[in-house]
Design a binder for this molecule. Structure first.
Ligand code: ADP
Ligand code: MG
Length: 347
């Protein structure tokens, strides 16, 4: 550790200010790049520490954060919205007020690796812990392993009941590893059991149009997406990986005839994505005119909650539609009348 860094580490220890110590490197970077005043920098750094102390003292927030098993500590304050320009800061800060949690709604974060999905999922989870809610964080693979274990011991139902009493579960990294049919069914059961009862934050590097492939079955994927997005905020992140921020790897290589890389102007930032509208209970298909009201809102194949969907009788009529530009498809065609149309967003 260099001179000033080790002195700072010593001072933070002496002041017993670990939250400020953790936040310092990123806040200092931001302060430099956003040209904060000294006062603004000092205030933000100190606020990180006082927020952390307040929550610790008043709500046992730190204990809940520990119990949530986040893979790292991340906060909304540390999130650099100038780098991740496809999100509206106000939308994310609004999520930080946790209305979604009180409404038992979900948050879905979609986007390529390194764009900050896990960071935001953790930051929202930490907010929830600090506000007095229990949270549990796992990757999709870990959730499936947990549920498979419960199933092996014939206590899957009890385990789903137990989880239902936790107001917020984070399911990170849907899509990195494809699911076998048993795993897909377990994920479906988790989502289905929590539907309108408790919140989920889900992150995925794949658009919904690819979830049929991930889950090996378009019917399961569509029924799951349907429940997930019915009451959800869906944020679509775009752009370069933050992990490669200070390396040229994130940018296209400069042509030989160009200026040296450090003087090459960066490509224009991506246009901000808009928040997806809430999925209507029976969204009309753009091709098909008014919604089919013959089925109840958010209709899916009639079956008891928690059991995986069965394939329809004429599978050749079922058509998983890949997303086109400007579209997120929830998956199936509407020929059977039980699939729920599309979500639209701006690319
Ligand atoms: P993803 O889950 O989308 O692959 P992560 O959330 O894991 O990406 O981000 C990778 C790393 O980059 C993490 O250390 C995270 O804190 C950091 N990071 C990503 N985006 C931002 C951002 N906009 N501001 C600050 N840190 C960021
Ligand atoms: Mg991630």
């Amino acid at each position: 550790m260099s001179g000033p860094a080790s002195e700072l580490a010593h001072l933070f220890r002496a002041l017993k200010a670990p939250a400020a110590a953790r936040a310092l490197p990123k806040l200092a970077d931001r302060a430099r790049s956003e040209e904060w005043s000294y006062e603004q920098f000092a205030a933000t750094l100190l606020k990180t520490e006082t927020d952390s102390r307040d929550s610790h003292e008043s709500h046992g927030g730190q204990a809940r954060i520990k119990a949530a098993r986040f893979p790292a500590r991340k906060t909304l304050e540390e999130f650099d919205f100038a780098f991740q320009r496809s999100l509206k800061k106000t939308d994310v800060l609004h999520l930080g007020q946790l209305d979604f949690l009180h409404g038992k709604e979900n948050v879905v974060l979609l986007g390529p690796p390194g764009t900050g999905k896990t960071h935001l999922a953790i930051a929202l989870g930490i907010r929830a812990c600090l506000a007095g809610h229990r949270v549990l964080f796992k990757t999709a693979t870990e959730w499936v392993a947990l549920l498979a274990d419960a199933q092996r011991h014939e206590r899957l139902d009890q385990e789903l009941d137990r989880l239902q009493r936790i107001p917020l579960l984070v399911c990170d990294e849907v899509g990195y590893i494809p699911f076998d049919p048993q795993a897909a069914n377990l994920m479906f059961m988790l989502v289905s059991r929590r539907y309108e009862r408790a919140s989920l934050i889900v992150t995925s590097n794949k658009p919904f149009s690819a979830w049929g492939e991930i889950f090996g079955d378009e019917v399961t994927a569509t029924a799951m997406i349907d429940r997930l997005v019915h009451h959800a905020d869906i944020l679509s992140l775009k752009g370069d990986s933050y992990r490669l921020k200070d390396r040229d790897l994130a940018r296209p290589p400069a042509a030989k005839t160009r200026e040296p890389a450090d003087r090459t102007p960066r490509p224009p930032p991506p246009r901000p994505a808009e928040r997806l509208p809430r999925a209507p209970s029976s969204p009309p298909s753009p091709k098909q005119g008014p919604p089919d009201r013959s089925r109840p809102a958010n209709a899916a194949p009639a079956r008891p909650t928690g059991t995986p969907p069965r394939r329809p009788p004429t599978p050749q009529g079922v058509n998983f539609q890949p997303a086109q530009r400007g579209q997120l498809s929830t998956g199936l065609d509407t020929e059977h009348g039980w699939v729920l149309g599309r979500l639209w967003f701006s690319c």
